[in-house]
Design a protein around this ligand. Structure first.
Ligand SMILES: *[C@@H]1O[C@H](CO)[C@@H](O)[C@H](O)[C@H]1NC(C)=O
Ligand SMILES: *[C@@H]1O[C@H](CO)[C@@H](O)[C@H](O)[C@H]1NC(C)=O
Ligand SMILES: *[C@@H]1O[C@H](CO)[C@@H](O)[C@H](O)[C@H]1NC(C)=O
Ligand SMILES: *[C@@H]1O[C@H](CO)[C@@H](O)[C@H](O)[C@H]1NC(C)=O
Ligand SMILES: *[C@@H]1O[C@H](CO)[C@@H](O)[C@H](O)[C@H]1NC(C)=O
Ligand SMILES: *[C@@H]1O[C@H](CO)[C@@H](O)[C@H](O)[C@H]1NC(C)=O
Ligand SMILES: CC(=O)N[C@H]1CO[C@H](CO)[C@@H](O)[C@@H]1O
Length: 278
C-alpha cells in the first residue's frame, strides 16, 4: 500500500510537470467590446478579451474593423514631452502613444509568458518604439518603463503583413538598468509612431505562453517557430491556444487547462487503482 502511494505521487507529479502556460488570444478583432474603466465612468473605452482596455494619445486614432479582423492605428503628433519623467528617463520626447493592457486594473502577472505576437502591416519607412510599463508592487503607482525597442529591430516595414514577436527577454531591464518586474505589468505601449498619418494595421494579437507547440489564430501549428501542420480552421485543437471571449473581465486564467490536467491525473489514478486492484 505504501509503495502504491509512492508510485501514484511520482506519476501524478510527472503528469502535472508537463503543464505549460498556453497562449492567450488577446484580440482577434472580430468583436468590439465597449465598456468603461471603473475609475473613468464617463470615458467610453474598448477592451480586449482579457479585460484590458486600449488607449492612445488624444490625436492618435484607432479603429477596429471586425470584418477585416484588424485594428488600424493612425498616429498624429502632439507636444507631449515627458508626461511622466520619472517613468521614462532619457527617452526621446513623446509625440504620441498607443497601448493595451492584459487586465482591467493594469497590474498583470506575466510570469510564464514569453512575449507578444501579432501581425502588422506597417508602411515603408515607418517605425515606433515598444516598451513595457511598470506598476509598483502595490499595483497603485507607476514604476520605471522597460527599455525601448524599435519596431524596425524586429521587422523591416514595407507595407506587407508581417508577423512580429516581441520576446519579453528583450524588455528584461528598465530604463535605469535595473530588472523589470514582470509580476506587475502596467501595460504594453507603443511610443512615437511615425510618420504622422501612417496606417498601422494590426491583427492576431496573442500573448505567448511557454508551450512549445502552439496553434496560431489562422490554424497554423508551429513547434518552436517551425510550421509543422495546419488545422482546418482556427479552433483550439489542444490546450496550447485559448481564446477568451465575452464581456471584459478582470481575470482570464487557465482554469480550463487546470481542469483538464486534473481530469487527466484523475484518470491516471483510476487506471492505476484498477491495475493495483487486479
Ligand atoms: C526609441 O527610443 C529611443 C530611446 O528613447 C530613442 O533614442 C529613439 O529615437 C526612439 N525611436 C523612435 C522612432 O522614436
Ligand atoms: C505604493 O507603492 C509606492 C512605491 O513603493 C509608494 O510610494 C506608495 O505610497 C504606495 N501606495 C499605496 C497606496 O500604498
Ligand atoms: C498564420 O499565422 C502565423 C503567425 O502569425 C504566420 O506566420 C503565418 O504566415 C500565417 N499563415 C497564413 C497561411 O496566413
Ligand atoms: C523548443 O524550445 C525549448 C526551449 O528552448 C526546448 O527546451 C525544446 O527542446 C524545443 N523543442 C523542440 C521540439 O525543438
Ligand atoms: C472548426 O473545426 C471544429 C472541429 O472540426 C468544428 O467543431 C468547428 O465547428 C469548426 N469551426 C468553424 C468556424 O468552421
Ligand atoms: C481561475 O478562474 C476560476 C473561475 O473564474 C476561479 O474559480 C479560480 O479561482 C481562478 N484561479 C486563479 C488561480 O485565479
Ligand atoms: C498543455 C497541452 O495541452 N499541451 C499539448 C500541446 O500540444 C501538444 C501537441 O499536440 C500536446 O502533446 C501537448 O499535450
Amino acid at each position: 500500500m505504501l509503495r502504491t502511494s509512492f508510485v501514484l505521487i511520482a506519476l501524478s507529479s510527472s503528469v502535472l510537470g508537463q503543464s505549460c502556460r498556453p497562449d492567450i488570444v488577446v484580440d482577434d478583432f472580430s468583436t468590439i467590446r465597449n465598456g468603461f474603466l471603473p475609475e473613468e465612468p464617463t470615458n467610453p473605452k474598448i477592451f480586449n478579451t482579457m479585460g484590458g482596455d486600449y488607449g492612445a494619445s488624444s490625436l492618435t486614432n484607432f479603429t477596429v474593423d471586425t470584418a477585416a479582423k484588424a485594428m488600424t492605428i493612425v498616429p498624429a503628433p502632439e507636444n507631449i514631452g515627458a508626461p511622466e519623467p520619472w517613468a521614462n528617463p532619457g527617452t526621446a520626447e513623446t509625440i504620441n502613444y498607443w497601448f493595451t493592457k492584459f487586465d482591467l486594473r493594469a497590474c498583470f502577472d506575466l510570469r510564464g509568458y514569453t512575449g507578444i505576437a501579432f501581425d502588422l502591416i506597417a508602411p515603408t519607412g515607418s517605425d515606433m518604439n515598444f516598451t513595457m510599463t511598470q506598476r509598483t508592487a502595490n499595483c497603485s503607482w507607476r514604476g520605471l518603463d522597460s527599455v525601448y525597442r524599435p519596431l524596425s529591430s524586429y521587422i523591416t516595414p514595407d507595407g506587407t503583413k508581417k508577423a512580429v514577436f516581441l520576446p519579453f527577454s528583450d524588455y528584461a531591464k528598465n530604463l535605469r538598468g535595473g530588472d523589470f518586474d514582470f509580476v506587475h505589468l502596467k501595460d504594453w505601449t507603443a511610443v512615437n509612431l511615425v510618420p504622422s498619418g501612417a496606417r498601422f494595421v494590426m491583427s492576431n494579437l496573442v500573448l505567448r505562453g511557454n508551450c512549445t507547440t502552439r496553434t496560431a489564430t489562422n490554424g497554423t501549428v508551429t513547434t518552436n517557430g517551425t510550421t509543422t501542420g495546419t488545422t482546418t480552421n482556427g479552433t483550439r485543437t489542444n490546450g496550447n491556444t485559448t481564446t477568451a471571449s465575452g464581456t471584459p473581465s478582470p481575470r482570464i486564467n487557465n482554469s480550463a487547462q487546470a481542469t483538464s490536467f486534473s481530469a487527466l491525473t484523475a484518470s491516471v489514478f483510476g487506471v492505476l487503482a484498477m491495475a493495483f486492484a487486479l
